[in-house]
Design a protein around this ligand. Sequence first.
Ligand SMILES: Cc1cc2nc3c(=O)[nH]c(=O)nc-3n(C[C@H](O)[C@H](O)[C@H](O)COP(=O)(O)OP(=O)(O)OC[C@H]3O[C@@H](n4cnc5c(N)ncnc54)[C@H](O)[C@@H]3O)c2cc1C
Length: 83
Amino acid sequence: MALRDIKNSLSISGNPITSEVTKWHENMPNYHIKHPQIVQSLEAKISENYPNVLLAGCSYNGVGIPDCIADGEKKAEEICLKL
Ligand SMILES: Cc1cc2nc3c(=O)[nH]c(=O)nc-3n(C[C@H](O)[C@H](O)[C@H](O)COP(=O)(O)OP(=O)(O)OC[C@H]3O[C@@H](n4cnc5c(N)ncnc54)[C@H](O)[C@@H]3O)c2cc1C
């Protein structure tokens, strides 16, 4: 399945020299319990000192792809309102 995906997405069709199928333990980061407050404080400081810089992505408002997309869209709208 992985080889098929690699072939379809990257057009690489050679066979691997070695391979390993394993669970990826601890692959998703967990935010610290005070993460929302830290992000809020960081955004307030950035807004005060660098009003045209906005933070987006998995480090701030959710790790999952839907969270990252929603955050990116929100920040893009905020940028458009600043223009
Ligand atoms: C193995 C793995 C499996 C996952 N599985 C899932 C899943 O099943 N479902 C799910 O919802 N989430 C999953 N996640 C989490 C999710 O994929 C990530 O949290 C999310 O994609 C992060 O999005 P992002 O836009 O913040 O960062 P990224 O997707 O990492 O995007 C950052 C981009 O910035 C670019 N970049 C970096 N530095 C620079 C620079 N200096 N200049 C210009 N560009 C730069 C990078 O090339 C990259 O394209 C998984 C993550 C991993 C690692």
